[in-house]
Design a protein around this ligand. Structure first.
Ligand code: ZN
Length: 231
């Protein structure tokens, strides 16, 4: 069997989840799956619609952007993925979508405040938005700079605690231990973005969730004494 078959299959199936979850239409968005030992990731090819996407269309790329396997050109966001795999050492998958509510917050250049317990069930922090890119960065190595902007945003934040970000004026990137988790985080982010938006429509002065409730909800699901779900 092909050396990268499994990695390509994970990436392919994860990409197919994106339209199924209503997170992107046509060719918008992309997911990659990383093999840390081999130092390569499999990613969606550029400009191929999800309904036409085949397992063998997946492109395997190393962290120097070199194509290791595949006939098609990789996603135009490939360098952003590579920067994140290089800097966020423990992640195994990345998803990028143009889901509506998350994009709306990104375009408004606003972090998503933690307003309620749905948010706190997943993370204890606001979902950060990067700074706007300078013209120099846009005219330079744009896709790498997108990755650099994300990394800079996490200078004082933990990428393990916050597995999602809004790239200003653009849209969301999410990650996780696996590509499946990255896609899951994209769906969660879209839902939190929608709830946050609606909350502010009802009351534009809504306060952030109290730290007692943030702690309670996060810890009961993720803490050492977690009791949420079946185990
Ligand atoms: Zn994009």
């Amino acid at each position: 069997m092909n050396l990268y078959h499994e990695l390509k299959e994970i990436a392919w199936l994860s990409n197919l989840e994106i339209p199924k979850l209503g997170l992107a239409i046509y060719t918008f968005g992309n997911v990659s799956a990383f093999d840390k030992d081999k130092g390569v990731f499999a990613i969606k090819p550029s400009g191929v619609t999800y309904d036409k996407l085949e397992l063998d269309d997946m492109v395997v790329v190393d962290l120097d952007y070199k194509i290791v396997e595949g006939k098609l050109r990789p996603s135009s966001d490939t360098k952003t993925h590579a920067v994140l795999y290089k800097q966020f050492k423990d992640i195994g998958g990345i998803a990028h979508t143009h889901s509506t509510y998350a994009v709306a917050w990104a375009q408004a250049i606003k972090s998503i405040p933690i307003f309620g317990t749905t948010h706190a069930d997943h993370l204890q922090h606001d979902i950060p938005c990067t700074e706007v890119m300078s013209e120099e960065m846009i005219h330079g190595a744009y896709e790498e700079e997108t990755g650099n902007q994300i990394v800079k945003t996490f200078e004082h934040l933990s990428y393990k605690e916050i597995e999602m970000v809004l790239v200003a004026c653009h849209g969301p990137f999410t990650w996780g231990a696996t590509a499946e988790k990255a896609v899951y985080n994209s769906a969660v982010l879209e839902e939190l973005a929608k709830m946050g938006y609606l909350t502010l429509q009802i009351n534009s002065q809504t306060p952030r969730l109290s730290s007692a409730l943030i702690d309670k909800h996060y810890q009961r699901k993720h803490g050492p004494e977690a009791y949420y779900g079946q185990s």
